[in-house]
Design a protein around this ligand. Structure first.
Ligand code: SF4
Length: 263
């Protein structure tokens, strides 16, 4: 089987809390989030044999207990994702999936076949810009919003039934999308919520790479326009939500913000 490959990190202690893991990135994503950290693998082709990627995992296997499959959007390549998860399980390793939630059917199948120990859904808000491309490119009846809601419902049910040991919903927070967070929090109910400090990259600037002066000027402008929220500001959001949240920032990593106390 051929897999459109995006990259491999042989050892990570930050991609799966409490575990050492390796990360496999599958290429391709129909969304175009303005802050995307993996813009280079949103599109393009680098087809590899599945066995080549399984061999990469095998090399890491003595040092890890799990494999994070991310992207891009890994569920774009549903069959490859299943095959990778199956091979990972055969090595006695756990499987974690990072997804935008755009393909609920794939998540449902993964869970039904016992191929995922963790699913993390990155919930995209309208401000981040998914809506302009998802209708054209994702073949998504009802669009992203309905699909991610279905993914969350599937994962929540599986998590409650203990078919899915770990589940979390991640929102990448900026000043500009803060207003959506309460609605998302209410929508996901008791599912674990992670507020992740957003940091704007330089969206849609590929054409300007050839002109470095314009590139640097626009980069500076973009950074000034979108400064990241501070830990204190994100904690304030957590406080107003009146629920436990985990907060991830570049400065301090991950903390638990409890209704009762901060760890
Ligand atoms: S869903 Fe992820 S990979 Fe796709 S554009 Fe958004 S941040 Fe990038």
């Amino acid at each position: 089987m051929q897999v459109n490959f995006g990259g491999f990190v042989s050892l990570s202690t930050i991609d799966w809390r409490g575990r050492s893991a390796c990360s496999v990135f599958l290429r391709g994503c129909p969304l175009r989030c303005s802050y995307c950290q993996n813009e280079a693998i949103q599109a393009g082709e680098d087809y590899r044999d599945l066995d080549e990627i399984v061999d990469m995992i095998r090399t890491s296997a003595p040092f890890i207990s799990g494999v994070v499959i991310s992207g891009g959007e890994p569920a774009v390549q549903g069959e490859a994702l299943m095959a990778l998860a199956e091979s990972t399980k055969k090595m006695g390793l756990s499987v974690g999936i990072q997804t935008s939630g755009l393909f609920p059917e794939i998540l449902e199948t993964l869970i039904a076949r016992g191929l995922a120990e963790k699913i993390a859904i990155d919930y995209k808000t309208r401000w981040e810009g998914f809506s302009s491309t998802v209708k054209e490119k994702a073949d998504a009846p009802g669009g992203y919003q309905k699909r991610v809601d279905r993914s969350i419902a599937i994962c929540k049910r599986a998590w409650a039934d203990e078919l899915l040991p770990e589940f979390e919903v991640i929102v990448t927070v900026f000043y500009e999308n803060e207003k959506y967070i309460r609605t998302i929090s209410e929508k996901i109910g008791d599912a674990p919520l992670v507020l992740q400090q957003g940091e704007h990259k330089i969206p849609m600037m590929k054409d300007e790479i050839a002109n470095m002066t314009a590139y640097i000027a626009r980069k500076q402008n973009t950074i000034e326009q979108y400064t990241p929220m501070t830990l204190a500001e994100i904690q304030e959001i957590g406080k107003n939500l009146k629920r436990d949240v985990r907060i991830r920032t570049r400065e301090v990593g991950e903390i638990v913000f409890s209704r009762r106390f901060i760890l």
